[in-house]
Design a binder for this molecule. Structure first.
Ligand code: NAD
Length: 480
């Protein structure tokens, strides 16, 4: 077990992470509950990417978990052990929890809420058109808890919410239940595609509280998980999530900006990124150039942070620039493809991969789909194939592009093929697509394949920030 525990300690005007003496015994023992309160009876509200993973993970830790979702179809699929979403290792975890009787799924929460110790809120917090955060789902979930949960229940807010939300929810619960229900802010940092691994071995657990009993409940909830605990106030915990995502987004925009410079100077971003990232103060993670960041989190949370800054009257020019670079990235890649094809009007283009990244079937705010829209609006005939996206893809394309049933079919008679989401099965199919194409342009929009292999197949390799032809000097990174 991890023996260290950390706490944000205030030193006048600044805060620092310090070893927490009171929790020296570690995560499992320092704040153990009295005998009899293990395992906890947990209700998880929301059976999406975060809720389902939390529910199955908590059942694995030994708790009695009921996972509820207002979408009957989602619940029916979970009950039938036919996952409604793609997340590696999750089906096995759900099957195991269900078989051991630790995990159940329900459409309504009322019954489970009447006999629970903790409620994990994992509902959506979508972005409103003005960039602010829609908290309606969180508020509805908390109202439901207030109406049925027993005194002493802790509401653990895993949904990403703007600073100030948990304090507001606490005031609302105070008004309805006179302090009988506690709140903990517990932002989630999982990565889709690695969500189960990230649940079991998180980099840290962040807990925002205004009452030590809520902290105790969260510690019991995660008993058995070996990770540093950062205990702080509500608003700091909420801000940690937004700042973390803004920082990750900043790294992506930064490396995309440098990649554009590489294109102009004929430098190779793969070597440049490695040379930068090997500095231990920087690191190589999240330094991959490509189409920019998408998905349901980074774009939404960056906008959320900008909205928080606006409301607090604090300009956030760096965050604004991160967003501006990202907003331009797909158009940048499309311009380069257009130059390679001498125009896009009437060109046949295959786009391979549509999910916002590898490892998930999630199409929300996918840069690959934005790429399809850009190409189609420039007059190209686009055909898309994704090995995992499923039935939702045609609806998302809205008639602007065709859907193919294989990479080879998408590439048939294509002037150019674009690898937009580098699923391994797509990379595996690349050797077969050249024969199907009528043109010879291959755009590696995620810098995921070896340029030499593409060139030796007789195709023009167009990466992001990568030289158009092979260089005399072989990259030193091969020796690393
Ligand atoms: P999701 O849309 O996949 O799932 C949310 C689920 O909540 C939906 O199935 C919806 O039907 C259900 N729901 C909404 N209101 C409900 C209610 N009152 N009762 C029952 N069910 C209800 O969303 P997600 O991707 O799991 O994200 C959930 C939250 O976690 C968001 O705030 C998100 O920003 C945050 N988050 C997401 C990720 C990620 O990688 N997806 C990572 C970290 C944090």
């Amino acid at each position: 077990m991890h023996s260290a525990s950390y706490r944000v300690v205030s030193h006048g005007s600044y805060a620092a992470l310090e070893y927490d003496d009171s929790a020296k015994l570690g995560l499992t023992h320092a704040l153990d509950p009295p005998a009899g309160s293990w395992p906890l009876r947990v209700v998880v509200i929301g059976a999406g990417y975060v809720g389902a993973v939390a529910a199955a993970g908590l059942a694995q830790l030994g708790h009695q978990v009921v996972c509820v979702d207002r979408e009957p179809r989602r619940i029916a699929m979970w009950r039938a052990l036919r996952p409604p979403l793609h997340e590696p290792q999750l089906p096995e975890l759900v099957r195991d929890g269900t078989a051991r009787g630790c995990l159940r799924f329900a459409v309504t929460a009322t019954r489970a809420l009447r006999k629970c110790d903790a409620v994990v809120v994992a509902v959506g917090t979508p972005m409103l058109p003005d960039g602010s955060v829609d908290l309606a789902q969180v508020e509805a979930a908390v109202e439901e808890v207030a109406s049925c949960a027993p005194a002493g229940t802790t509401v653990i807010v895993k949904s990403t919410v703007p600073p100030g939300t948990c304090a507001r929810l606490t005031r609302r619960l105070q008004a309805l239940r006179r302090g009988e229900i506690l709140v903990a802010a517990n932002p989630e940092f999982l990565r889709q595609g690695f969500a189960v691994r990230d649940f079991i071995a998180p980099s840290r657990t962040v807990v925002g509280i205004d009452d030590r009993r809520a902290e105790q409940c969260v510690r019991v909830l995660y008993r058995g998980i070996d990770a540093p605990f950062v205990v702080t106030d509500f608003v700091s915990a909420e801000l940690i999530k937004y700042a973390a995502n803004a920082y990750l987004a900043m790294r992506i925009s930064f490396i995309n900006e440098i990649a554009r410079l590489c294109d102009a100077l004929d430098a190779d971003i793969a070597d440049v990124a490695l040379g930068i990232g090997l500095d231990p103060r920087i690191g190589v993670e999240a330094m991959k150039p490509g189409l920019g960041f998408g998905g349901s989190c980074l774009p939404k949370d960056l906008r959320g942070l900008l909205d928080v800054g606006k409301r607090a009257d604090v300009p956030l020019p760096l965050a604004s620039a991160v967003r501006a670079v990202n907003d331009e990235q797909v158009a940048y890649v499309v311009r380069r493809i257009s130059v390679a094809l001498a125009g896009l009007e009437g060109r046949r283009i295959a786009v391979l991969g549509a999910t916002f990244k590898v490892g998930t079937d999630d199409l929300r705010i996918s840069q690959a789909l934005e790429l399809v829209r850009c190409l189609a609006s420039a007059g190209a005939h686009v055909c898309v194939y994704d090995p995992v996206a499923g039935d939702e893809l045609p609806g998302q394309l809205g008639g602007i592009a065709a859907c193919a049933c294989s990479a080879e079919a998408a590439a048939a008679e294509a002037d150019a093929v674009i690898l937009a989401t580098p699923w391994p099965q797509l990379i595996g199919a690349l050797s077969r697509i050249k024969a199907r194409m009528r043109g010879a342009v291959f755009c590696d929009a995620r810098n995921a394949v070896d340029p030499g292999t593409i060139r030796s197949a007789g195709l023009l390799y167009l990466g992001v920030g990568r030289p158009l032809s092979s260089k005399a000097v072989q990259p030193s990174r091969l020796a690393v």
